[in-house]
Design a protein around this ligand. Sequence first.
Ligand code: NI
Length: 258
Amino acid sequence: MQPLLIDTHTHLDSHKFDDDRAEMIERARAAGVHMLVNIGFNRETIPSTIALAEQYDFIYAAVGWHPVDSIDMKPEDLEWIASLCDHPKVVAIGETGLDYHWDTSPKEVQHRVFREQIRLARQKKKPIVIHNRDAHEDIVRLLQEEKASEVGGIMHCFSGSWETAKKCMEMNFYISFGGPVTFKNARVPKEVLARVPLDRLLIETDAPYLAPHPHRGKRNESAFVRLVAETAAEITGKTLEEISKITTENAKKCYGIE
Ligand code: NI
């Protein structure tokens, strides 16, 4: 029997899947993925994320504004995201956060847009999906200042230190690992995964990006979450079935999915 897996962060509406989306979703189902959360993060991907969630009963949606696109977010976009929180398939706000790598939006703008979404999440009582690139200290500080612990959420594709992970877990966040933890040279992510308590651990793909070993550099897809689960099992000394069960329970609890 297949282990039952949840891909907690994926972008199946991406144009990279335009030629074979239905087949790719079928491959995920065949690999044991029985639930996934698609992430809409700007004006273009929020409607396509909602459409996928309405088409498939096992696909849920998160809606938010990506830090890279912060500069484009208008007040009416935040109101739009707020109104979508009442949609029955919308389970979280995000991905939001800070990205100091691409530098397409000034830091002050990123901070304001991030703070607004944390406040919205608290108001709507939804967990927050956090994107963090090279911004560990500010992420922790803003989450603390805006009392994000009230709703918690997910540190998506976590790449930080154990110290950062600990601070995030103190604020009710789960630590989610994706493809990069499977890379042979991923010393820090492997060490952090080994120390994260099992009841705080999540897995994801972030497809079509960040494909796990041995698909590194190629298009990622949700079926590959199994490779992340296998790496997590290896690191924690658990079986694939145990990891699948634990991460499924955690994901359902975090996203409030029955
Ligand atoms: Ni993503």
